[in-house]
Design a protein around this ligand. Structure first.
Ligand code: NAP
Ligand code: MG
Length: 403
């Protein structure tokens, strides 16, 4: 069979440890035999980031802006232990943080659902995608412990030097704590546009919630910006796509989420997203089955797995021991990027291939062939644990029959 041809390259960001091993296997076993892959390759492995003083990360983000689609492997975010392990010149920043800042994007995380792995909330039969606003609020706060007798005020000095003061609290008879938070209209607007674009892309409803009844200025600003952008830029598009934008109070949102069957995108303020994404990921079963896509407000997409480099498995692999690492989220990052490339370039066969790859993967697991993490979770009556490479080869066997 002739290989599928591509028009525009996609940006390929290689990474570290076990996911780097999986990356190569995925390409060799499931991509190269079928697709004449056009990619612009950036090695974000820690060694090369160190060698280039992290320039390669910046270059890969710029290339993503240029081409519009990227696929990224998990990468090490250095800590003290990695400084010695890799003999680093500096404690380089998280590549994901750097890329997100350059693309001004929002991260959408979606679980991959398979028969045999039942969510802890059994009514969640469809995926819930969480979009977390990754700027500001308590993550960029200024806070103080203040002694008894303190009078604390919030002071805003405008560009003409005029001061506006508001009392926070007078600490009579007790010491206490205070906190200053901020966000920007620009960041909130980018977040809103990324969410509206992604909802249109997925043809799913978008939910957004905050505590605007209590926070009448701060949270209310989020509500208003979302609403204004929706009315001005997206209302018609949503109506044409048959989807809905739905705003509610955060308390009401969590109650509705628990009662729901899934199948929508839930946009969360920074803290809500931090907490709720862990809850949702756990409820669906496994971090290894969670995909992640960074979407910029102007429609640039970077796909990856939500998990890390699976260090423990890598050390086993280095010792020559057999591993059973789950490649599904990384594989879905590839299929997501190939499908998006196909959509943007009008290549139906590339989109169809991405669909087939996902179908073959799910079929493999639902036929009882899976990696160790899923083997522990699955309630299929007949199941078999296979090693990292065998799992991918089993997908290839099924893929051959589908395409
Ligand atoms: P991790 O790589 O996600 O792994 C944590 C544990 O989760 C693993 O030890 C494994 O459990 C299980 N696991 C995760 N992914 C799996 C998979 N695909 N298949 C099977 N089991 C899987 O997180 P970490 O150990 O905290 O971090 C390792 C490195 O990854 C760090 O250097 C961190 O900086 C980096 N990281 C990168 C990203 C990213 O690039 N997006 C995200 C998070 C972390 P068992 O060992 O019990 O089998
Ligand atoms: Mg969290």
């Amino acid at each position: 069979m002739a290989k599928i041809q591509m028009k525009t390259p996609l940006v390929e960001m290689d990474g570290d440890e076990m996911t780097r091993v999986i990356w190569q296997m995925i390409k060799d076993i499931l991509i190269y035999p079928y697709v004449d892959l056009k990619s612009e390759y950036y090695d974000l492995g820690l060694e090369y980031r160190n060698e280039t003083n992290d320039q390669v990360t910046f270059d890969s983000a710029e290339a993503t802006k240029k081409y519009g689609v990227a696929v990224k492997c998990a990468t090490i975010t250095p800590n003290a232990a990695r400084m010695t392990e890799y003999n680093l010149k500096e404690m380089w920043k998280s590549p994901n943080g750097t890329i997100r800042a350059i693309l001004d994007g929002t991260v959408f995380r979606t679980p991959i659902i398979v028969k045999g792995v039942t969510p802890f909330i059994p009514s969640w039969t469809k995926p819930i995608t969480i979009a977390r606003h990754a700027y500001g609020d308590v993550y960029k706060n200024t806070e103080m412990q203040v002694p008894e007798g303190s009078k604390c005020e919030i002071v805003c000095t405008d560009k003409n030097g005029n001061e506006i003061r508001q009392l926070i609290h007078e600490f009579n008879g007790t010491a206490g704590v205070i906190q200053g938070l901020h966000n920007t209209d620009k960041s909130i607007s980018s977040f809103a546009r990324s969410c509206f674009n992604y909802a249109l892309d997925m043809k799913q409803d978008l939910w957004f919630a905050s505590k605007d009844t209590i926070s009448k200025r701060y949270d209310h600003r989020f509500k208003d910006i979302f609403n204004d952008i929706y009315e001005a830029e997206y209302k018609e598009k949503f109506e044409n796509a048959g989807i809905e934008y739905f705003y509610t109070l955060i308390d009401d949102a969590v109650a509705r989420v628990i009662r729901s069957e899934g199948g929508y995108i839930w946009a969360c303020k920074n803290y809500d997203g931090d907490v709720m994404s862990d809850m949702v990921a756990t409820a669906y079963g496994s971090l290894a089955m969670m995909t992640s896509v960074l979407v910029s407000p102007d429609g640039v997409y970077e796909y990856e797995a939500a998990h890390g480099t699976v260090q423990r498995h890598y050390y086993k692999h280095l010792k020559g021991e057999s591993t059973s690492t789950n490649s599904v989220a990384t594989l879905f990052a590839w299929s997501g990027a190939l499908r998006k490339r196909g959509e943007l370039d009008g290549l139906k066969d590339l989109c169809d291939f991405a669909d087939s790859l996902e179908k073959a993967t799910i079929q493999t697991i639902e036929e009882g062939i899976m990696t160790g993490d899923l083997y522990l979770l699955s309630n299929l009556p007949e199941k078999k644990k296979v090693d990292t490479k065998t799992f991918l080869e089993e997908i290839a066997v099924r893929l051959e029959k589908i395409i």
